[in-house]
Ligand binder design. Structure first.
Ligand code: NAD
Length: 243
C-alpha cells in the first residue's frame, strides 16, 4: 500500500504535528511489544501483570530480574528507520511534539530532541521511599538499594495503574489543543490516558493519521489509517515530503 496524496498534502501544510508512538515503533528494532509473546525465561509471564506496583511489592526480586533482562535487550538493539524518519520529519515541519509511551530511549538515540516520555524511562532508577530519581545505586543486592536512604530502588517507568509524570501530562495537554495533525504510530490505543490524546486532538480539529500493522480501536476514528510497518511507511512518507 502506498501513501495517499492527501496524507502527504496534510503533512506538507501542517503547522504543528503531534506524534504519539507506542511499542510497535520499536518492534522492528527487536524490542517485543507487550502484546507479543515474550521469549525464553519470561515466556510464562504476562507483562501486564509484571508491570504493576503490586507485583513489585509482592516480589521485587522477580521484577528486577525482568527489568534487567529488558534493559540488556534494549541496550543491544538500535533505532530503526522509523525512528530516524521522525528525526527528519521534525526538520521538515514548523513544529513537532514527540510523545512516546516507549521506555526504551530509542527516539533519543536516533537523534530526536525534547522527547516527552509519557511512561518514564527503563534506564532510570527511582528510590521508592523518597520518590526521587537516583543516579547510582548499590547493585550488590538482588534488589538495588538507594545510596541515600538504603530503601529499595525501582525502575523509573510508569506502571499500570500509576500516574503519568506531571510535566509530560502538561506538555501533552497543551499539544493536543494546539496541533493540527496527530500522528499515532505503533500503538494499540488501549492504554490510558495516552489512548485519549488522539480523540482530544480530533475534537480540537486536528487531522488524525494512524500508522499501524493492524486495525486498532482508533482506526475507524482516524482520518487516515496506513496499515503497515512504521519502519517502512515513515521513511516513505518523509521521502514524499522532500520531493
Ligand atoms: P501495545 O503492545 O499495546 O501495541 C503495539 C501496537 O503496535 C499494536 O497495535 C501493533 O499492531 C502495533 N505494531 C506492532 N509492530 C508494528 C510495526 N512494526 N509498525 C507499526 N505498528 C506495529 O503497545 P502500546 O500501545 O505502546 O502500549 C503498551 C505499553 O507497553 C505502553 O505503555 C509502553 O510503555 C509499554 N511497552 C514499551 C515498550 C518499549 O519501550 N519499546 C515495549 C513494550 C511495552
Amino acid at each position: 500500500m502506498g501513501i495517499p496524496d492527501e496524507v502527504v498534502r496534510t503533512l506538507r501544510d501542517a503547522r504543528h504535528v503531534l506524534v504519539l508512538t507506542g511499542s510497535g515503533a520499536s518492534a522492528e528494532s527487536g524490542v517485543p511489544t507487550f502484546r507479543e509473546a515474550q521469549t525464553g525465561l519470561w515466556e510464562q509471564f504476562d507483562p501486564h501483570e509484571l508491570a504493576t506496583p503490586d507485583a513489585f511489592h509482592r516480589d521485587p526480586e522477580l521484577i528486577w530480574r525482568w527489568y534487567t533482562w529488558r534493559r540488556e535487550l534494549v541496550a543491544r538493539v538500535k533505532p530503526n528507520p522509523g525512528h530516524y524518519a521522525l528525526v527528519r520529519l521534525a526538520e521538515l515541519v514548523p513544529k513537532l511534539t514527540l510523545i512516546t509511551q516507549n521506555v526504551d530511549g530509542l527516539h533519543q538515540r536516533a537523534g530526536s530532541k525534547d522527547v516527552v516520555e509519557f511512561h518514564g524511562n527503563l534506564f532510570q532508577n527511582r528510590c521508592i521511599s523518597e520518590d526521587l530519581i537516583v543516579a547510582d545505586s548499590d547493585t550488590s543486592t538482588a534488589v538495588p538499594r538507594c545510596p541515600g536512604c538504603g530503601g529499595f530502588i525501582r525502575p523509573g517507568v510508569v506502571w499500570f495503574g500509576e500516574s503519568i509524570p506531571p510535566q509530560a501530562l502538561k506538555t501533552a495537554a497543551s499539544a493536543v489543543q494546539d496541533c493540527d495533525v496527530f500522528l499515532s504510530i505503533g500503538t494499540s490505543s488501549l492504554v490510558w490516558p495516552a489512548a485519549g490524546l488522539a480523540e482530544t486532538a480530533r475534537d480540537n480539529g486536528a487531522v488524525v493519521i494512524e500508522i499501524n500493522l493492524d486495525a486498532t480501536t482508533l482506526s475507524e476514528r482516524s482520518d487516515h489509517h496506513l496499515q503497515g510497518k512504521s519502519g517502512e511507511l515513515l521513511p516513505e512518507l518523509v521521502d514524499y515530503l522532500t520531493l
